[in-house]
Design a protein around this ligand. Sequence first.
Ligand code: GTP
Ligand code: MG
Length: 195
Amino acid sequence: KTPLRVEFVSSGMINSDLPPSTVPEFALVGRSNVGKSSLLNYLAGQKQLARVSNTPGRTQTINLFSAEKGEFLLVDLPGYGYAESSLSTRAHWQKAMQEYFEKRDGLFAVLLLVDIRRDIQPEDEALSRWFQQLGLKVIAIQTKCDKLHKSKWNTIRIQHAKKLALTPSQVLTVSSDKKIGLPDILQTMSGLLDS
Ligand code: GTP
Ligand code: MG
């Protein structure tokens, strides 16, 4: 499968900075450094559309991208759970993100990224349930699968699904580095759009 055609639209700190959403929006959510921006680049087949960094806390704004000539939007968000972020940053993340998830018209689905090598954190569990309560579709994506032998992927998928209150079929596995998992993600996204 070919990557998506993706173009940058705009960035903002809060909802009112963003253009109104008129098409379904998919948000990339997860801890700092989990690989959200890398996944966006992988989906787009581009190297530097979204900024990637080894330093957690790279993405600081809500970044809107248009996909497939405006059929839907992809949103790269700042991560959470970065231990060294100051309290004020955390408070800011919570406030801006709460507003984004609760009020953003057009927000349709959340791609909740978790590192395949790490345990699911209480924040991930709480967010998954909260998104579902808000009526959003949730797909979990296990990132960096190149770091773990393939024979372990499925067991972890089942564990992660349970913790996130999802079914195993709602948990996908990806490596943006080694380019694994794109067809599954694209197929799942278009399935959601058609449902
Ligand atoms: P914040 O913007 O800080 O929230 O982080 P992020 O979730 O956007 O993570 P980002 O895409 O910037 O990637 C963080 C680090 O993980 C970078 O060093 C990436 O190169 C690395 N990384 C991302 N995806 C993969 C992957 O599939 N495999 C491996 N091995 N490393 C990856
Ligand atoms: Mg990022």
